[in-house]
Design a protein around this ligand. Structure first.
Ligand SMILES: [Zn+2]
Ligand SMILES: [Zn+2]
Length: 276
């Protein structure tokens, strides 16, 4: 799906509706602008498929939530970037003048959130609470806000380059499903677990070695010693489910069982409180 094309189509329709000056067309313009913001955010998300958690890709549709997560993955996701290049000389060094390739323009995450909710508020009739607080549809305010949002989207979509994405990153294949996983060093340094965007397997990135940025990527797993032969056994978290066969090479047959049950906890049975 060409989200950028879609975004431009919705913006064009919104601008057309706003240009009529017809108050009855205002909420339709707001709807088009909202769709435009959705398309802009999905397009940006498309550039982060190897880095974004599965839940974000599969379940999140609200542009404000998409943007918030993208900024978490890449703090520069909401920054405009000027792209300039220089020719490489025969000696391998840069040679000649800088040539501008254009600017990758991004809306700010906070702007996306505010604009999306403002537009949404115009699409609904006032709630009982809003009505009691004296809120009614104000066509002048609606038009002013819609025009400002239209202007920002026109700026963003007017860029000649987009989804420019450069990063110090670590790439590896998921040990469970073989899907490629990519994470920025910046994100790894935060220490939160890495989730495979395809199967959900979790990994821990442990800084490794003294020189530069090296990481040991360790999958989350369950491990135990085989009670029959003492061999160390493990299974990665993404394969763990109730009843999965984890029989040992020695022939000892075993399955994993999820063991949860309701228990009655009596206060009289509880440990007496200590003063510590
Ligand atoms: Zn995977
Ligand atoms: Zn064994």
């Amino acid at each position: 799906m060409q989200y950028r094309f879609l975004a431009k189509e919705h913006l064009k329709r919104a601008s057309g509706l706003l240009a009529t000056g017809d108050t009855d067309q205002l909420i339709y313009a707001c709807l088009e602008l909202r769709k435009c913001i959705e398309a802009v955010s999905y397009e940006l998300l498309n550039g982060y498929l190897a880095e974004a958690p599965m839940k974000l890709i599969m379940e999140t549709w609200q542009p404000d939530k998409v943007f918030k997560e993208l900024v978490r993955i890449d703090p520069s996701a909401e920054q405009n970037t000027l792209i300039r290049v220089r020719r490489q000389g025969t000696d391998g060094e840069p040679n000649g003048p800088w040539r501008s390739m254009g600017e990758d323009r991004r809306p700010k995450s906070a702007w996306v959130s505010k604009a999306f909710h403002q537009l949404g508020s115009f699409l609904h009739i006032p709630t009982i609470r809003q009505q009691r607080e004296g809120g009614t549809f104000d066509a002048v305010e609606c038009r002013q806000r819609a025009v400002l949002i239209q202007d920002e989207l026109t700026r963003v979509l007017g860029a000649t380059v987009w989804n420019f994405n450069i990063a110090m990153a670590v790439n590896f294949d998921c040990t469970s499903c073989k899907a490629p996983i990519r994470r920025r060093s910046l994100a790894l340094d935060k220490g939160s677990p890495i989730e495979c965007g395809n199967c959900g397997q979790l990994y821990e990135a442990e800084p490794h070695g003294s020189e530069g940025k090296q990481y040991l990527i360790v999958p989350h797993s369950l491990s135990w010693d085989c009670p029959a032969c003492g061999e160390k056994r493990d299974i990665v978290q993404s394969k763990v489910k109730d009843g999965v066969d984890v029989s040992c090479k020695c022939g000892d047959r075993a399955v994993l069982r999820l063991n949860s049950e309701w228990v009655l906890q009596r206060e009289a049975d509880a440990e007496p409180p200590t003063d510590a």
